[in-house]
Write a protein that binds this ligand. Structure first.
Ligand code: FE
Length: 339
């Protein structure tokens, strides 16, 4: 059995001793729901004998790592969204990793050229469309969401949320700031209700008839289908993969970075490389219905059922660089004041 103490968020550096001091171990600070990581951690521990401890850090990840400094017990940080990975790196609490295994298994667009972070899974930001009220082929591009034909028909969570800021940054990379501003104003004008809630509550709104389409990440379909209360919401929509004109469907990642302090560097690198292996990638694919970052690994049956699409090939480094500008535009058009 391995132990995985789930430390509550916001504990101070003095809780470092909550991780048992064993030679062969890896300590992870994770922003991800513990149940997503558990099957991976268990399989790695069973294969290697290396103990893995996961502390679920819901909020204040960066502050905590900065406060702990060289004394941090954490070897790895795991989180979702390029924004949060970028934030950890920008705080100077990670170290670069060079690994032939990671370079071979993770496509270049999904890892930092300097080796400061590595994507482990990808997710597409797609349109959930009402089965009843949206015809096949009615939505095809992100650009189209600003078309007046969608007036009063779009629901979304706040556009200042990480997922939507990344999407807006990708829009900027494709079309430049002027066109992005016009697009944001167009989408805002099409909102059915004021932005609120999360990706799943937008689908609930479609189910309730309040709007016809919403933006969301792909894996939420899997989460809704396995939740008795949310299954009806999921059944009321289908997934449409919009594309950027001249590009593909916007992708984001979940990923890992090694901390600067990393007391168990060697074991931590072993775990990173293992997470990019076929075996781990398959577990990821099944557990949360994300896309394996490694191109050769099979998708889950549910993900497979959504069909093929063309992922955008923008690098996440470029998207990450445009985030501040994207956020400024979203605030400038006062997007969240829409409807
Ligand atoms: Fe999410």
């Amino acid at each position: 059995m391995i132990r995985t103490p789930l430390l509550a968020a916001g504990l101070m550096a003095s809780t470092a001793l909550a991780f048992p001091a064993l030679a062969e171990q890896v300590n992870i600070y994770s922003h991800r729901q513990p149940e997503l990581l558990q099957p991976l951690v268990d399989a790695f521990a069973a294969e290697t004998g290396i103990e893995v401890n996961v502390a679920f850090v819901d909020k204040g990840m960066v502050e905590r790592l900065v406060a702990e400094g060289d004394r941090s017990p954490a070897d790895l940080v795991m989180t979702v969204d390029i924004a949060r990975l970028g934030e950890v790196v920008a705080a100077g609490v990670t170290q670069p990793v060079t690994s032939e295994v990671l370079d071979a298994n993770i496509p270049a667009g999904f890892r930092d050229p300097e080796g400061q972070w590595f994507g482990l899974t990808t997710r597409a930001r797609i349109v959930y469309a009402s089965r009843e009220r949206v015809a096949d082929g009615e939505v095809t591009s992100y650009e189209d969401l600003a078309d007046p034909k969608w007036k009063g028909r779009i629901c979304t969570r706040s556009f200042t949320s990480d997922y939507n800021v990344a999407l807006t940054a990708a829009y900027m990379a494709h079309h430049g700031p002027e066109a992005t501003k016009t697009w944001l104003e167009g989408v805002k004008a099409n909102l059915a209700v004021k932005p609120s809630g999360n990706d799943r509550s937008q689908v609930k709104s479609i189910w309730a008839g309040e709007c016809d389409i919403s933006l969301g990440n792909t894996y939420y379909m899997g989460q809704m289908l396995s939740d008795p209360e949310q299954k009806d919401w999921a059944d009321s929509v289908r997934i449409v993969f919009p594309e950027f004109e001249g590009g593909g469907t916007h992708m984001n990642i979940s990923g890992v970075a090694m901390t600067k302090a990393a007391p168990h560097r060697e074991a931590a690198l072993k775990l990173m490389e293992w997470l990019a292996s076929d075996e781990a990638q398959a577990i990821y694919a099944e557990t949360n219905n994300e896309f394996p970052v490694e191109p050769g690994v099979k998708r889950s049956a549910l993900v497979e059922s959504w069909g093929e699409f063309t992922p955008d090939t923008l690098s996440l480094t470029e998207i990450s660089g445009l985030r501040p500008d994207a956020l400024r535009l979203i605030e400038e058009v006062d997007f969240d004041a829409g409807a």
